[in-house]
Design a protein around this ligand. Structure first.
Ligand SMILES: Cc1cc2nc3c(=O)[nH]c(=O)nc-3n(C[C@H](O)[C@H](O)[C@H](O)COP(=O)(O)OP(=O)(O)OC[C@H]3O[C@@H](n4cnc5c(N)ncnc54)[C@H](O)[C@@H]3O)c2cc1C
Length: 328
């Protein structure tokens, strides 16, 4: 077992997720969070990125907040086994006390593999992180279906692995700071898999990037009725999203779901229709700037956080709004 030892395992390492031409936004959010945490434990912040053509990313990491960045160029695009092997090598070299990774497809595939290799703990989908002066990371996340917040620490092993979903932490810039870059090329084996063709699928806009969201909940009675809300979203220049209730019905896609087991969003404006406001839903939208909620139940929980609570039937409100050409 890799024992706790502050002298050996020190520093906060962020995994930079390379998307071909840019880093995933969660990489910057984690770097900012690492900097905030490092102020308490007085540790250095490192960043490691692995990917094809990743050397192009140097200019994108100015003011990123890390003291040292290592970019490792590979001949192949992302593969879990191969990238886990390379990242493990850098973790062993840098010996960080903490490793932060995005709660993305890539992070979710890599983090458990690495935690097993180091025989240490991993807390997935943290919603808050706290640091103690001795470098002990307090990993906070909803537990028991979101009904309580668990504080998790890794007492007897290092590094401490944590994943955080995109949009949960705030991004900051650290202008004028000197960052040391190291550019490597991976010349090792090419792994057991070989990529024969590469195709980038058009994933369209994502709700996590939208500045305005219209959100449909179980109050929507028929699948066809979603078209009214989609029209409203379009007329307002936003996107349609939903609670899990409609994803479970198969009316909306998991990528459109807000909440604990969905996406964390932080739009400027959110209009909810027939959403009750369960803790699991609200776990994904607390940072919304302005919330307008339409619900027939005056006791609906969503009204506790809505800036404009409207106690009304969505089937009366939505057509009126569409006739007016949106919300003024
Ligand atoms: C581990 C776990 C993870 C979960 N993760 C998520 C998650 O990520 N996201 C998520 O959303 N849920 C999640 N859930 C499910 C969650 O508990 C709720 O089931 C879900 O959020 C309910 O969605 P809703 O608000 O649309 O439906 P409901 O709670 O059923 O609310 C429907 C609302 O519509 C109102 N209404 C009805 N008719 C009308 C009308 N005509 N006009 C206006 N209002 C009307 C009702 O008054 C009611 O308040 C999770 C649950 C668990 C256990």
């Amino acid at each position: 077992m890799e024992k706790v030892g502050q002298k050996t395992w020190r520093g906060i390492l962020v995994y930079l997720e390379w998307e071909g031409e840019a880093f995933h936004p969660v990489s910057y959010e984690l770097l900012s969070e690492a900097r905030r945490l490092s102020k308490i434990s007085k540790e250095p912040v490192y960043a490691v990125g692995i990917g094809k053509e990743i050397h192009q990313g140097v200019s994108l990491l100015k003011n990123c907040g890390a003291q040292k960045v290592i970019l490792c160029q590979t001949s192949q695009i992302y593969q879990s086994e191969e990238y886990a092997r390379i990242f493990e090598m850098y973790i062993r070299r840098l010996c960080p006390g903490t490793v932060l990774m995005g709660g993305t497809m890539e992070g979710r595939a890599l983090a458990p593999r690495l935690a097993v290799r180091f025989r240490t703990g991993l807390t997935a989908d943290c919603t808050k992180l706290e640091m103690e002066e001795d470098g002990c990371l307090v990993q906070i996340r909803p537990a028991f279906g979101g009904n309580l917040m668990a504080k998790i620490v890794t007492e007897t092993a290092r590094p401490q692995f944590a994943t955080v979903r995109p949009g949960v932490m705030e991004r900051e810039e650290f202008p004028g700071e000197i960052c040391q870059f190291q550019l490597d090329t991976e010349n090792g084996t090419e792994g057991r898999m070989k990529v024969l063709t590469e195709e980038v699928l058009d994933q369209g806009d994502h709700i996590t990037d939208a500045r305005l969201l219209v959100v449909a909940g179980r109050g929507v009675k028929k699948r066809e009725d979603l078209e009214l809300l989609r029209k409203l979203a379009e007329s307002l220049g936003g996107r349609l999203a939903s609670s899990r209730a409609l994803v479970e019905k198969g009316w909306m896609q998991p990528k459109d779901q807000i909440g604990l087991s969905g996406n964390t969003v932080h739009p400027d404006y959110m209009f909810t229709f027939g959403v009750s406001g369960t803790v699991q839903f609200m776990a994904g939208m607390r940072n919304t700037h302005h919330i307008v909620a339409v619900n027939t139940d005056p006791e609906a929980r969503i009204f506790q956080i809505a800036h404009d609570p409207i106690c009304a039937d969505l089937y009366e409100v939505v057509p009126k709004l569409l006739r007016q050409g949106g919300i003024c």
